[in-house]
Design a protein around this ligand. Structure first.
Ligand SMILES: C[S@@+](CC[C@H](N)C(=O)[O-])C[C@H]1O[C@@H](n2cnc3c(N)ncnc32)[C@H](O)[C@@H]1O
Length: 246
């Protein structure tokens, strides 16, 4: 594991809730404080990670084997490359500590890489890095994974980011997305812990920000209810999401 950080990270808190190994005491303390204000979180994040897996597998079943992941967090516990083994997966994140932790976990995994990247500036990843991580990406559809990230962008930045992702990838590409519902507003102490830059949205608000991306017939629904492959998990509707197509 990397050197102990001073501040918690939402990505490592999720790793803690999912039973991973890439978190530190500061993350566990923050996770416990959040649960004190909100309630148990492990089942909610397990359900969100399961949605990520279903969405990635659905995209792969459509013939896509290139995945570009924004705000990827810790690449373990069923994250994208584990859901679609054999695919090329390029993980990106804004936080250099998360990128370093991710690179350490992925050392030696063929076809999978983790590089710095700002979801607000998808082109900033750079053509050379994309060429290396996603061979043929300019001519073959890409699965864009945008999960656990919308809350950190205001409406203008989110709409711009989604539009730039649309322009970046070829026709036929897919976007798996989620966003935080307004459910958290019922827990003001938990909401306060997320800070002033945390954005919750109603489904129609998020839909308006998707621009030219076309949502599939599955719609925008609580993530547990998106193409469930078994009994629907009984969790609060904290995250909504879906799949969209270019
Ligand atoms: C809540 S975690 C979600 C991690 C993972 N996607 C998941 O669903 O479990 C949010 C992640 O987004 C990253 N992040 C926040 N703002 C970002 C931005 N503008 N561009 C890229 N990553 C960002 C954080 O560093 C963190 O790793």
């Amino acid at each position: 594991m990397t050197e102990a950080p001073e501040a918690p990270s939402t990505a490592r808190m999720i790793d803690y809730w999912l039973g991973g190994t890439s978190h530190h005491p500061v993350d566990v303390a923050a996770a416990h404080a959040f649960e004190g204000a909100y309630g148990p979180c492990a089942d909610i994040f397990r359900s969100l990670r399961a949605f990520s897996g279903r969405a990635a597998r659905h995209v792969a079943a459509g013939g896509v084997d290139l995945f570009l992941v924004f705000g990827a967090g810790i690449p373990a516990q069923g994250n994208v490359h584990e859901a679609v083994p054999g695919a090329h997966v390029l993980y990106t994140d804004l936080d250099p500590a998360i990128v370093a932790a991710g690179r350490a976990l992925l050392d030696g995994v063929a076809g999978v890489d983790y590089v710095p990247g700002d979801a607000a500036d998808p082109r900033g990843i750079g053509a050379a890095v994309l060429d290396r991580g996603l061979p043929g990406w300019t001519a073959r559809p890409v699965g864009v994974i945008f999960l656990g990230l919308a809350a950190f962008l205001d409406d203008a930045a989110l709409a711009r980011a989604l539009a730039e992702m649309y322009d970046l990838v070829p026709a036929g590409s897919r976007l798996a997305f989620d966003f935080d519902a307004t459910e958290l507003a019922a827990y003001p102490d938990a909401l306060a812990m997320m800070g002033p830059g945390f954005h919750m949205r109603e489904p129609e608000q998020f839909a308006a920000l998707l621009g030219r991306w076309r949502v599939t017939d599955d719609g925008i629904v609580p993530v547990a209810r998106w193409r469930p492959d078994g009994p629907v998990e009984q969790v609060p509707d904290a995250f909504w999401g879906g799949l969209a197509v270019k």
